[in-house]
Structure formats: C-alpha cells, structure tokens
Design a protein around this ligand. Structure first.
Ligand code: AMP
Length: 191
C-alpha cells in the first residue's frame, strides 16, 4: 500500500503513522524525522534544513523532493510505504506524482486526519510541556507559524487529492486507538 498522511501539526500524524505502519506492514517515511536526524548528525542537509525548521517554515521543495526520491528508491519501500509529512505543497505533490508515474506505482490513498485548530493548539502546548516529546519547533511563535504554513501551503492538497478521488478524511478527535480503527477502515484495511 502506498499511502500519504495529511493533516495539520498536532493532528497525530506521527503517532498514527507508527501504528498504521505496523498494522499495514509498510515503512513509515517521515520527512520531519529524516530532517531531524540530519540536523542531529550535522550533515549539510541538516544545516540547511535547520534554518527553516527553527522558523516553522518549509524546507525548499527541490531539496525535499530529492530527499524523498532517494528514500523511496530504498528496498524497504518497494512493497509500499506511509508518507508522513510529505507532500506539504502542491509542487511537492506534483514531484511525487512524477516519481510514481515513472515507477508505474500510483498512490492508493491519502488519509486526511481532521482536527479543529483550538484542539491543535491545546495538544501542541501539551507536547511542549512534556519532557519526553517536546520538540525544538514547539515554542508558541513557531507553532503559530507552522499552523499558518499548513493553511497556506498544505491545506490546498486536500482539494488536490479529493479531485482525484483518493482522499480519505477521518475525524482525528478521540483516543489514539479509535483514530487508528477509523484510519484502517477508511483505507479499506480491516481493524
Ligand atoms: P514535522 O515533523 O512533519 O512536523 O516537520 C517538522 C519540520 O520539518 C517542518 O516544520 C518543516 O520545517 C520541515 N519539513 C518536514 N517535512 C517537510 C516537507 N515535506 N517539506 C518541507 N519541509 C518539511
């Protein structure tokens, strides 16, 4: 299965991606995780990405698309994958389309996790106050910027994929396990 996970920061994409990846038996590919690993290792890509991440902005499309293209060529992605946090712009979605068309392997579905903005802010400030999962880009100004970026640059992908008939929206409010059940059912996989 080739699946994209779409949803605003704080919607629970990362949490669901891990659980769904286990259930579906395909790797979770998170561009945010790959960027953070590069930042941690101080690679050239990490140094570049950090400037954007710290501001809550998106890393440029060419850099991100090239990174994903490399990742999708790895052997574990041959049987499918869950993309978590990519694409985030229409240009990235078109880049992904081009790669998949070349490979003759179209997406099976785009899971949109819907959560209202008041709930997102509440969740992210909770994440900031918890030692275990706090992230450098969870400070209030950066969170505000990340939500703005989502609305301006990523939300248009909802229409983009709806127009192709592959958008699968689910309600992201509730217990983690409940949301996983909804996700599996929206993707046509049994819970
Ligand atoms: P995430 O962990 O998905 O919330 O991503 C954290 C940060 O990494 C984002 O705020 C961006 O700065 C960067 N990032 C992650 N995925 C992408 C992407 N697809 N395009 C551009 N920047 C990204």
């Amino acid at each position: 299965m080739r699946i994209v996970l779409l949803g605003p920061p704080g919607a629970g994409k990362g949490t669901q991606a891990v659980l769904l990846s286990e259930r579906l038996g395909v790797p979770q590919i998170s561009t945010g995780d790959i960027f953070r690993a590069n930042v941690g290792q101080g690679t050239e890509l990490g140094v570049l990405a950090k400037k954007y991440m710290d501001a809550g902005d998106l890393v440029p499309d060419e850099v991100t698309v090239a990174m994903v293209e490399g990742r999708l060529e790895e052997s574990d992605a041959a049987a499918g994958y869950l993309l978590d946090g990519f694409p985030r712009t229409v240009a990235q979605a078109e880049g992904l389309d081009a790669m998949l068309a070349t490979a003759g392997k179209p997406l099976d579905g785009v899971l949109e996790i819907q959560v209202p903005s008041e709930e997102l802010i509440r969740r992210i400030s909770g994440r900031r106050n918890s030692d275990t999962v706090a992230r450098a880009d969870d400070d209030p100004d950066t969170v505000r910027r990340r939500l703005e970026v989502y609305t301006e640059q990523t939300a248009p992908l909802v229409e983009f994929y709806a127009a192709r008939g592959i958008l699968r929206p689910i309600d992201g409010i509730g217990e983690v396990d409940e949301v996983t059940v909804r996700a599996l059912s929206a993707l046509g996989a049994s819970a």
